[in-house]
Design a protein around this ligand. Structure first.
Ligand code: NAD
Length: 377
């Protein structure tokens, strides 16, 4: 059976859904691998590199011979029209709010999987694209902040005087936030962090950063069984804002990563708080695609708000594409492997598998996922 690795049509997307290593592994599973010409270029993978491990380099129209399509982003309707009905498509589908596009994929007869819906269970850890990509985004956020910051990050004692360490405050200490803390620490900054989940407190401390939060009764119960944050009450948000306002005024760099699954990102930093920061300070809003944590953040731009540079880059993992692709490709391969019969070398979907149940959006001409109007499962 045949796997097609697409070149991303979105020009802002630098990642690719297969690496040299994963193509080699797919070939080892007995699959034919077709790679669309130029698919890996922005991740520094040449067509010849894929060819060297047994892939065939093809044009976009060859997608129609594939049983499995691997992508980074959800295919456009133009792209799905070139896929074979019944083909399996595995990608980041960005399903919330995109019900029309999901219905189109169902109508095209595709069996589609949204990798971001992978359950966070031990068996699926190596398939967790949210973690692999958030980890790199947390790192890149600090690099981007350092690039815009016109002072030094570490304390430097020189004969000509001492440069103080930059003060970095990380809001939201999930996967991205924890990596941002670790990266800022490695650069020598004085780091503090906040979160609404009590479990984050110990994790922040173990990375050598100071934990700052309103630790009331609501905080002590603010984690869902899945380990995610809940939306906090208005009262909590007000107490949190007061604490943050005080703290933020003394910071040089703020990095926000706060998200709540299925909800808009909480607004954590107001214009007033930015105004209290020193001129030339930097804020990075990693939640900008989901509505933003920082007031005035603009998707895809660096906005100047009250003298603070507010970085709102989109697709931050894509800014570190070669590394992001390597991890993303591995996440997809591990999921695909669960569908390959080692004896017959064929790909089939087991609808009883909990990973399939959690991630399958469309199958057999219908939307099947319960979160998006599906009733079949
Ligand atoms: P996320 O991307 O959904 O959110 C980022 C962070 O923002 C979270 O830590 C969240 O608590 C925080 N946040 C939300 N609202 C906030 C507010 N008002 N103020 C401050 N912070 C706020 O989170 P994530 O990175 O996906 O991680 C969520 C949890 O899942 C963590 O406990 C993480 O360790 C866990 N996790 C588990 C697995 C696994 O078991 N396989 C994998 C990855 C992550």
């Amino acid at each position: 059976q045949c796997v097609f690795v697409a070149r991303e049509s979105d020009t802002a997307e630098g990642r690719v859904a297969a690496s040299v290593e994963t193509v080699k592994r797919m070939k080892g599973l007995g699959l034919d691998v077709l790679v669309e010409a130029g698919a890996g270029l922005k991740s520094r993978i040449l067509d010849a590199d894929y060819e060297a491990v047994g892939a065939r380099i093809v044009g976009a129209e060859e997608a129609r011979s594939a049983d499995v399509v691997l992508k980074v982003r959800r295919p456009t309707s133009g792209e799905t029209a070139t896929y074979k009905p019944g083909a399996i498509v595995i990608a980041t589908m960005d399903p919330y709010g995109n019900e029309v596009a999901i219905a189109e994929m169902a109508n095209a007869g595709l069996t589609t999987f949204a990798m971001e819906l992978m359950p966070r269970i031990t068996r699926a850890q190596s398939m967790d694209i949210l973690s692999s990509q958030a980890n790199l985004a947390g790192y890149q956020a600090v690099i981007d902040a350092a690039h815009e910051f016109d002072r030094a990050m570490p304390m430097m004692m020189t004969a000509a005087g001492t440069v103080p360490a930059a003060k970095v405050f990380v809001m939201g200490a999930g996967v991205a936030g924890l990596q941002a803390i670790a990266t800022a620490r490695r650069l020598g900054a004085a780091v503090s962090a906040t979160d609404v989940r009590p479990a984050a407190k110990e994790q922040v401390a173990s990375l050598g950063a100071k934990f700052i939060a309103v630790e009331d009764d609501e905080f002590k119960a603010a984690e869902t069984a899945g380990g995610y944050a809940k939306e906090m009450s208005k009262e909590y948000q007000a107490k949190q804002a007061a604490l943050v306002a005080d703290h933020i005024a003394k910071q040089d760099i703020v990095i926000t990563t706060a998200l709540i699954p299925g909800r808009p990102a909480p607004r954590l930093v107001t214009r007033q708080m930015l105004a209290a920061m020193r001129n030339g300070s930097v804020a990075v809003d990693l939640a900008v695609e989901r509505g933003g944590n920082v007031e005035g953040a603009e998707p895809g731009k660096i906005a100047e708000v009250e003298g603070v540079k507010v970085i709102g880059y989109l697709n931050v993992p894509g800014r570190i594409a070669a590394s992001a692709s390597a991890l993303y490709a591995k996440n997809l391969l591990t999921f695909l492997e669960t569908m390959v019969d080692k004896e017959t070398k064929s790909v089939s979907v087991n609808v009883e598998d909990e990973l399939v149940k959690a991630t399958m959006l469309t199958n057999g001409g219908a939307v099947v996922h319960p979160n998006f109007g599906g009733t079949v499962q």
